[in-house]
Structures are given as structure tokens and as C-alpha cells.
Write a protein that binds this ligand. Structure first.
Ligand code: PHE
Length: 435
């Protein structure tokens, strides 16, 4: 169990905040047409993300088991495939998240060794695909596997909890600095003025939902596992709101850095060519503009981000490894090695080709997470007995009164909405892969 309430909230924030906020959010916003995507992402975070995080905490606290075991204990064998979907999603995500963590380390070294390049688009191409990318990905997977193998997450979790506030401070300072740039205005216009037509575009809506789930770490059984360490005293709704607010704020502030920089420094063409590189094209340029201080800030930023990402890769590989241990009776070492080797191989493909990375992100980060959350809403709303009672335990009287509304939402509103979004994601995925 967690020693304190603060410890639990920090751990959940630690899982939520990471590359999803800083790399994926700006990239998906750039593709989703800007402000409309941001607004939809806000709505999805609080209308679906928060209730579903509460649901995962609730299932975990009720069963005290991790994903596959929890689903089987409450629902029987028919729910086991949902657990395996969580495992598959985690495996695919860790494979390419490791590649991107590798870019982060590469950019930290850039600042340390040579300073930030004046041709950020070209530099991004060199860093993001090819032998350098493969090398750093293998390094990150090696570290991740080693941590899961030894079962020593504590140290790096603690380090990342210390570094997280630093990351946040650097991000806020960068946002203030970006506001002073000539031409920042068009960046804000793109980021903050929504167009009505995009707000109604099903693909944009679905993208915003997937981004919210990815960023909150819901739909993969991760928050469920955290919930299994809770006692009956915690107020699940309040904790989910706090975690989600923190997660949204970090992403939003990352956007307040990336978009003004892209427009003020004239990087739009480079970013349009590789949207996935939005963060990695804009930030080094900003650090380059700042001279010597920029190198110090840049190195600190990328080192902190790399550590924050490694906590994510570790928690994802744990999900995969845990099933090996619990279901297949492997030793921890065998399970870690097998899971790590599998993720390394898949990730190498993503490190050799940006297209493969894009496809993996589409399949796991867009489609599977939506299906995972859909499955979870059905499980919590329809299979678990007295789901409301679990949520109400530990809640304040005010929140306890709103629990029936929350359960209603998870039973009747969220599943049909997600079924439609899953279909939209499926079609979009098929189109992308076929194209
Ligand atoms: N939520 C993390 C992020 O935003 C990524 C992640 C997803 C971590 C799933 C763990 C599990 O970067």
C-alpha cells in the first residue's frame, strides 16, 4: 500500500506526465488543426478521462489485483482477452516510446557536445531515424529491461519525482520567454482560436479522446494497478481530478512553448513535413536562440524529460512482464528479458522508419486505447457489483452524492460514445495503413 495520500497522487501524476504531454500532445495538436483539438482534448480529459480513471482506481481497489487477474476474478474468463489487449497495447507503446526517449537523450547530448543546430529540420531527420535512433533506442530498452529485471524502480521513481518539478519550472520559463518573441501571436492564434468545422470533425474528436487516454495512462490497466495499492480511505474522485488537472496543465503549457516558437522562428514548413517532430524541431531552435544559457537549459530539459520517460517505459514493460510472471509462471528475470527483447525488436523497426513509428502510434495509441477504455467502461459499469459503492467509499459527502451520476455516465453515455470513436479510429487506421 502507499504510505501516504501524497505518495499515491505523486506516483499517479508520475505515470501520467511524460512524453504524452510534451511530445505527443503538440504533435497531435499540429495534425488536428490546432485550437479545436485542444478544446476537445480538454473536454475528453474531464468528461471521459476522469470518470474512467476513477473506474480503474475502483476496480484495482476492489480486487487488489493487477489487470488480467482483476478482470478474471470479477468477470471470469470472458474478460481475460481485455487484459491481453492491455498487455499488447503496453508492449507496442513501450516499443516506440523507447525510440522517442532515445531522441530525447540524443538532444541532451547535442546540447552538451556541440550546441543546438541551426538547421533543426535536418537535425531532426538525422536523430529520429536510422542508426543513431536504433542505437539510442536499444540503450533505453536495455536500461528499462534492467530496471524491470532487478525490480528496482524505487530509485528512478524518486529521481523522476524530483526532476518533474524542475521540468515544470523550465517549461513555464520557456513559455514566458516564448511570449516575448516577435511573431508569437500567430502561434497563439493557431493554438487558441478554434474553428467550428474542426470541432465537428469525427477524426479530430477521436484523436482528442485517444490523446486524453494516452496522456492520462488510462485504458491499459496501469491506473488499475495503482488503485490496487489503495486503502478504503482515499477519495478516488478527488485524486483523479487532481491527477488529470496536473496532466492537462503540463500538456497545455508545452503547447504554449511549442506553437509560438514554431511561428516566431519560421519553422512551420519543417514541422508540417514531420509533425511528429514538433517538439524536437521547435525546442532545440529555441535553445539555440538563447545562446550559452540555452545549452544549459536545453541539457537540463532533455535530461529531465528522458528520466520522466524512463519511468513510463518501465511501468509499461512491467505490465507486460507481470503477465509473464503471473500467468505463465516465468521468473521475473525471464519475463523481463522476454518482454524487453520483444519490445526492442519492434522498436528497432520504428527507429528505422518514421512510417512504422506512425503506424504503431495509430494502432496502439489511437485505436487500442479507445477499445481498452471502452472495455473498461463496460466492465466497471455492467460487470462489477456495486461500482458506485466502491467509488463512494472514502469520498466526501458532496462527492458521494454525485457518484450515481458518475456511474450513469460510465454505464449509458461513455460506452456508446466510445463505440463510435473506436469505429472512427479503426477506419482511420485502416486508411493510414493502406495508404
Ligand atoms: N501517460 C504517459 C505520458 O503521458 C505515457 C504512458 C502511457 C505511461 C501508458 C504509462 C502508461 O507520457
Amino acid at each position: 500500500m502507499f504510505g501516504s495520500r501524497a505518495g499515491f497522487v505523486m506516483a499517479a501524476v508520475g505515470s501520467a506526465v511524460g512524453l504524452g504531454n510534451m511530445w505527443r500532445f503538440p504533435y497531435r495538436t499540429a495534425e488536428g488543426g490546432g485550437a479545436a483539438f485542444v478544446l476537445l482534448y480538454l473536454a475528453m480529459t474531464f468528461l471521459i478521462g476522469v470518470p474512467m480513471m476513477v473506474a480503474e482506481f475502483g476496480v484495482g481497489r476492489r480486487t487488489r489485483l493487477s489487470s488480467v487477474g482483476a478482470l478474471r476474478a470479477v468477470g471470469g474468463g470472458v474478460w481475460v482477452p481485455l487484459g491481453y489487449l492491455f498487455v499488447l497495447t503496453s508492449l507496442l507503446i513501450v516499443a516506440y516510446l523507447s525510440v522517442i526517449t532515445g531522441w530525447t537523450i540524443r538532444y541532451a547530448l547535442d546540447g552538451l557536445v556541440a550546441g543546438y543546430s541551426a538547421t533543426p529540420g535536418a537535425r531532426y531527420d538525422e536523430v529520429s531515424t536510422g542508426s543513431t535512433a536504433v542505437l539510442f533506442h536499444v540503450l533505453v530498452m536495455g536500461v528499462t529491461t534492467g530496471i524491470v529485471w532487478l525490480g528496482v524502480k524505487k530509485g528512478i521513481e524518486r529521481a523522476s519525482l524530483i526532476l518533474m518539478p524542475i521540468l515544470f519550472l523550465i517549461l513555464i520559463s520557456l513559455a514566458v520567454w516564448a511570449a516575448t518573441l516577435d511573431g508569437a501571436g500567430s502561434g497563439y492564434a493557431f493554438y487558441l482560436t478554434p474553428s467550428l468545422s474542426a470541432l465537428m470533425d469525427p477524426v479530430v474528436i477521436q484523436g482528442a479522446a485517444s490523446q486524453a487516454f494516452f496522456s492520462l495512462s488510462v485504458g491499459m490497466g496501469i491506473m488499475l494497478t495503482y488503485g490496487s495499492y489503495l486503502s478504503g480511505k482515499e477519495n478516488l474522485v478527488r485524486e483523479a481530478v487532481i491527477v488529470s488537472l496536473a496532466d492537462f496543465s503540463v500538456a497545455f503549457i508545452a503547447g504554449l512553448v511549442v506553437f509560438p516558437v514554431i511561428f516566431a522562428l519560421g519553422l512551420s514548413d519543417e514541422v508540417t513535413e514531420s509533425t511528429m517532430g514538433a517538439l524536437f524541431i521547435s525546442l532545440p531552435s529555441a535553445f539555440g536562440e538563447m545562446g550559452a544559457i540555452g545549452r544549459v537549459v536545453g541539457v537540463s530539459f532533455f535530461v529531465a524529460l528522458a528520466l520522466a520517460s524512463i519511468t513510463s517505459t518501465v511501468s509499461l514493460l512491467e505490465v507486460v512482464g507481470a503477465v509473464g510472471i503471473d500467468e505463465f509462471k516465468f521468473t521475473r528475470r525471464t519475463a523481463a528479458l522476454l518482454a524487453g527483447a520483444l519490445a526492442t525488436v519492434i522498436g528497432v523497426l520504428a527507429a528505422m522508419s518514421g512510417d512504422v513509428l506512425g503506424v504503431l502510434d495509430k494502432v496502439a495509441g489511437e485505436f487500442f486505447v479507445v477499445v481498452g477504455v471502452l472495455g473498461m467502461s463496460l466492465f466497471f459499469g455492467w460487470r462489477m457489483t456495486e461500482p458506485g459503492g466502491e467509488v463512494a467509499a472514502g469520498a466526501s459527502p458532496g462527492i458521494a452524492r454525485s457518484v450515481p451520476a458518475l456511474v450513469f455516465l460510465i454505464r449509458y453515455i461513455i460506452p456508446p460514445v466510445l463505440a463510435v470513436l473506436a469505429w472512427v479510429a479503426f477506419r482511420d487506421m485502416v486508411n493510414t495503413v493502406a495508404g
